[in-house]
Design a protein. Sequence first.
Length: 148
Amino acid sequence: MTLASSELSICYRNINELIPYARNARTHSKRQIRQIADSISAFGFNSPVLLNEGNSILAGHGRIAAAKLLGMSEVPAIELSSLSEDQIRAYILADNRLSEKAGWDASILAIELQHLLTVDLDFDLTCTGFEVPEIDLILQTIWAPAVE
């Protein structure tokens, strides 16, 4: 197995020049786009989109849609020039699928959410992607006494 590597550099690209990847199998609901936009508003655009040499979006379709919703004209991007066309196709699937396989440490998650609920935030906690009923359920499950 060959390890593909190259030096990465972030550049800013005009949103209108970016081309959605024609074989992108990942979908984003309007609700999720709004959540991504809320996160970008709260924290900034901190995760660059990935592009090929032809400005085709390899990763970041949802972030691009959210940036458009926010009226942004440019986004940070990284051009992946060292991957072959077949590697690009495989990477796009891996990038989306592997993140789905992660889990949560329920205790740490509850501690982090509880902390954020107790401090005066300059943003709505739901910009984390967790909704209020979901946060309540996480906290109830963790802090509820064990029933025998």
